[in-house]
Write a protein that binds this ligand. Structure first.
Ligand SMILES: [Cu+2]
Length: 269
């Protein structure tokens, strides 16, 4: 009898657990229809926003925006009708699995892209429930227009949940700052932070461009050769500057605004 009771109790427990699982599986929290559509012709009709070399994912992420989205000013929300496309290419890798750089210090495309698209329209995003980001919906396609991520897989653990972290102040778009600052999306060889160049010594092969990125959020800095051979001009927060040096040797660099801010470039023989 006691045993029977126990079995009954266990059965109820299991059934209860199944009911909970069942409910969360039915609740998708994502759109089930594609209200975005493959953005035919975006490479020629949209504006190039940025090209970001993604060191973590070994990818090149090229973003494009239609006119409405491309004309947004920093800090403004995107207007209805905005479409942003991210072409995500695998980066070409060497035998160690590290991204190969071209002479501009940029990643090289190593295969076909996946095409990530976000679109903002009145009332979009309701279906995402707790993962909603404003009025954006998301989907990703292969170049032939078939789905990489169909609408129902763009919510939890995917597009919508992650883009929430870009925040409302950016209207859930992550790297438009690269566009606003006209900055390079190259992996920087040095950053400017707290009135310092980090690292203070940059070693590079002849002819390979180096990129310095201003990650300070206060007043501008410059990246200026002591011998006068190059000068970045004023770099505001988020700006970057690239320069390629051919002649092997040492070049000392300073900031025109801050006399303790200095670095050395070593161009290898
Ligand atoms: Cu400075």
């Amino acid at each position: 009898m006691r045993r029977l009771k126990l079995t009954f109790a266990l059965t109820m427990l299991v059934a209860g657990a199944l009911a909970v699982v069942g409910r969360s599986q039915n609740q998708v929290f994502a759109p089930i229809v594609d209200r975005i559509g493959f953005p035919v012709g975006y490479q020629t009709t949209f504006t190039h926003l940025y090209t970001f070399d993604h060191f973590q994912n070994r990818q090149i992420r090229v973003a494009y925006a239609n006119d409405l989205a491309a004309n947004v000013k920093p800090g403004q929300p995107y207007p209805y009708g905005s479409i942003i496309v991210g072409e995500f290419y695998p980066a070409l890798r060497d035998a160690q699995g590290e991204p190969v750089l071209d002479e501009n210090g940029r990643f090289i495309q190593g295969g076909a892209p996946t095409i990530f698209v976000m679109r903002k329209e009145v009332g979009f995003g309701v279906a995402y429930g707790p993962f909603r980001n404003g009025e954006w919906e998301y989907v990703s396609y292969r170049p032939d227009g078939t789905y990489a991520s169909p609408p129902e897989r763009t919510g939890a653990g995917s597009c919508a949940e992650c883009h929430q972290t870009a925040g409302r102040s950016k209207d859930f778009v992550f790297r438009a700052n690269l566009h606003f600052a006209n900055a390079s999306g190259a992996v920087p060889d040095a950053v400017i932070k707290n009135y310092r160049f980090i690292p203070a010594t940059i070693t590079v092969k002849p002819g390979r461009a180096i990129t310095v990125y201003n990650d300070d959020d206060t007043n501008p800095h410059t990246f200026t050769a002591n011998n006068g051979s190059f000068d970045s001009g004023l770099l505001n927060s988020g700006d970057s500057f690239s320069v390629a040096l051919i002649q092997p040797g040492r070049i000392d660099v300073h900031c025109n605004n801050h006399n303790r801010e200095s670095a050395t470039i070593v161009v290898q023989p």
